[in-house]
Design a protein around this ligand. Structure first.
Ligand code: A2P
Length: 418
């Protein structure tokens, strides 16, 4: 007599195509290349994913945190997943079998919201904090979704970069009228561009960090600003027209845009007095820094203390968004350091070079438990900045590995690069 044939059950990791904003964070974070994408969906390879959870905390929307119990032999292939508009429902028969057959399967981590560090999130995998600063305000997230978006009216659209500059960066102001859109500095919103892609499906949302403080681009107004660079090249440098950036840069006053979000619950600023901000950015990565700086400027009038130190990189002064307003800020309010890489007749200079030149003051901030570090901009900058921080720390008697872990654990090192 033979017994029942054992069936292997897999708790399959899936990405919700209805929520995912295709920001590529999960694919970049996955240490074993289990995540891939086509022009439509981000998907997980069932035979590669080991549920290490490294990708879960950094996902800004939570789309990554979806699981279905399936018979291993019938796991959804990546081709299946590429074709989805929404996740399949859980087959209740397999779901019921889960408890008995697979008691040790990992649970989806919610480290970003409950404060625990996810398993497998060592410094080799997650390089920045997965928790917010302890004194950050509580963010609202997912108030508006693909299924139930909101709309905003364009009340301003200004080119920030010099007319002669090669990059076309815009400052866009969106008014939400009577619709509530509580958004904190460091959070982002998603824009749904109109129209469909080559496959006839609606374009997915593109995510933009807000450039305005929580009380509005104009204080007391229900409006939000974004910093948008017109995309004219893909990552390989080939000519292409970015769908959403071109749509946004060409908008006129009075046009109406469709919005989802807000997103993000860790890249948030501290609110306790005497907390310092060390901000490092390139190009449109300046958006959250502008939001935080402006919030601090407004609060300063009400007695906020704490230092602000900014390192901002661009090709030339003409390409640096917000150059004029930035230079008008009082020196005793913000310590601004610019790094230009393509000024004719000048050597190439990156933010990390400027940080090294200011090593003594950076070290001073690193030694202070009230310092919170924010890095936003080009992906390539992340390595360079972490390297510079490490060198500066070591040169000033701080053990970088231990300090790095502490900064992460305490919600004091936030990286957002793309
Ligand atoms: P580069 O002149 O080498 O491109 P962009 O204008 O493309 O958004 O870039 C903003 C700035 O970031 C530019 O000055 C660019 O210099 C610089 N940059 C490029 N790669 C890095 C890197 N690995 N680390 C720091 N800055 C970088």
């Amino acid at each position: 007599m033979s017994g029942p044939v054992p069936v292997e059950i897999l708790r399959q990791h899936l990405i919700d195509p209805e929520i995912c904003i295709r920001c590529n964070t999960c694919e970049e974070t996955c240490p074993i290349d289990a995540i891939t994408h086509d022009g439509v969906n981000y998907v997980v390879k069932a035979d590669v994913c080991n549920a290490c959870m490294a990708c879960v905390p950094p996902c800004p929307t939570g789309a990554i945190d979806n699981w279905r119990n399936v018979l291993k032999a019938q796991a959804y292939s990546i081709e299946d997943q590429f074709g989805w508009d929404e996740l399949p429902t859980q087959n209740p028969t397999v779901g019921a079998a889960d408890a008995a057959a697979a008691p040790d399967l990992p649970q989806a981590a919610t480290a970003a919201s409950d404060g625990d560090e996810a398993p497998g999130s060592g410094s080799d995998m997650v390089r920045g904090s997965t928790v917010p600063p302890w004194s950050a305000a509580r963010p609202y997230v997912h108030l508006y979704t693909h299924k139930a978006p909101t709309t905003a009216t364009v009340v301003g659209n200004y080119r920030l970069t010099d007319d002669a500059a090669s990059s076309d960066i815009h400052h866009l102001v969106l008014d939400f009228g009577a619709m509530p859109l509580p958004v904190l500095e460091g959070q982002s919103i998603g824009i749904l561009p109109p129209g469909t892609n080559a496959g006839g499906r609606a374009h997915h949302a593109r995510q933009y960090s807000v450039a305005s403080p929580r009380d509005g681009e104009r204080p007391g107004y229900n409006n939000v600003s974004l910093t948008v660079k017109r995309v004219t090249r893909d990552h390989s440098g080939n000519a292409t027209d970015g769908v959403c950036s071109n749509y946004l840069c060409d908008l006129k006053k009075g046009d109406v845009v469709t919005v989802i979000g807000p997103f993000g619950n860790t890249f948030l600023m501290p609110n306790h007095p005497n907390s310092h901000l060390l901000m490092i950015c390139t190009g449109t990565g300046s958006a959250p820094m502008r939001a935080m700086t402006e919030y601090r400027r407004r609060r300063r009038l009400k007695g906020a203390t704490g230092k602000l130190m900014l390192f901002f990189g661009a090709r030339t002064q003409q390409e640096l968004p917000y150059f004029g307003p930035l230079m008008n800020l009082p020196k005793d309010f913000i310590d601004t350091n610019l790094a230009f890489s393509r000024t004719p007749g000048q050597p190439k200079r990156y933010v990390q070079d400027a940080m090294r030149e200011r090593a003594v003051d950076v070290a001073h901030l690193l030694k202070d438990g009230g310092t919170h570090i924010y890095v936003c901009g080009l992906k390539g900058m992340e390595d360079g900045v972490l390297q510079a921080l490490g060198e500066i720390a070591q040169a000033h008697g701080m053990a970088w590995d231990a300090l790095w872990e502490r900064l992460k654990r305490e919600g004091r090192l936030h990286l957002e690069t793309y």
